[in-house]
Design a protein around this ligand. Structure first.
Ligand code: GLN
Length: 272
């Protein structure tokens, strides 16, 4: 029975050790949790949302996972200036504002035009139109053999555009036009190529880039650039702190020549 007694006491000790170990592990992991939370806060990561069918502002080179373009370089430079690590995530253009407001992303960098409607939903960096990071405007693109000469000629015609964009809004204002909104600009251009529509309405610098990259073999623009649109980086509505930090970083990049350098990379000249 001595053996049994010893065994019982051994089991008791083992159990006690186990409990002690569990307590130590629990408290350690508790400590670990709060430690990693602090680390996450210190890491200061900026999640930037975009829709990458908008060259030269955001796009992915064939077979590449990284994001290229003016907005992407600018977002990375702004993040660096602010001391944040930048992660870029991609989604549909019409999903960007909801993602911002649900907290899934921190910033939208997607050639997003500042307008009153959007200003009700989000806060833009540099909403002062004279100071925006890029001045754009819409343009009509048709096939080379088209006899469309202006927006008036699009009445009753078929127009492709990207969903949720100012291009879509303008297309829907054309009397009796049949508008098809695609998830990406690439699909809209494809539809025009395939003669599924008569025209597309998209941002002028994007249409220009497409033509310059060889699109001019089969396509052309007609008419003038429609009214000026200013691009803004958007943050969650009311996050003036983040918008302020972005504005400050952007001002710094404009001052130290970094903005001009990025602008020149993508547009071949310095912004006037
Ligand atoms: N500038 C346009 C807009 O804000 C188009 C943007 C885009 O297609 N990425 O709606």
């Amino acid at each position: 029975d001595e053996g049994l007694r010893r065994m019982k006491s051994w089991v008791k000790k083992l159990a006690l050790t186990g409990i002690l170990a569990a307590v130590v592990v629990t408290s350690l992991s508790g400590c670990g949790n709060s430690g990693s939370k602090d680390a996450a806060q210190q890491k200061k990561e900026l999640i930037v949302g975009t829709e990458p069918s908008f060259a030269p502002f955001e796009f992915q080179k064939e077979g590449s996972k990284s994001y290229d373009g003016f907005d992407m370089d600018l977002a990375r430079a702004i993040g660096k200036q602010m001391g944040y690590k930048v992660e870029i995530v991609s989604m549909g253009f019409d999903a960007l504002i909801p993602a911002l407001n649900s907290g899934n992303i921190d910033v939208v960098a997607a050639g997003m035009s500042i307008n009153e409607e959007r200003q009700k939903a989000v806060t833009f960096s540099e909403p002062d139109f004279t100071e925006s990071y890029y001045t754009s405007g819409l343009m009509i693109m048709v096939r080379k053999d088209s006899n469309v000469k202006s927006i008036d000629d699009l009445k009753g015609k078929t127009i492709a555009c990207q969903i949720g964009t100012t291009g879509e809004k303008n297309a829907r204002n054309v009397a009796n036009a049949k508008v098809t909104a695609f998830n990406t600009n690439d699909e809209a251009v494809m539809e025009l190529k395939n003669k599924g529509v008569d025209a597309i309405i998209n941002d002028s610098p994007v249409v220009g880039y497409y033509l310059a990259q060889g699109g001019n073999a089969s396509m052309k623009t007609v008419g003038d650039i429609m009214e000026a649109e200013q691009y803004g980086l958007a943050v969650k509505k009311g996050n003036d702190k983040l918008a302020g930090e972005i504005n400050k970083a952007l001002a710094e990049l404009k001052k130290n020549g970094e903005y001009d350098k990025i602008y020149k990379t993508w547009f071949g000249e310095v912004k006037k």
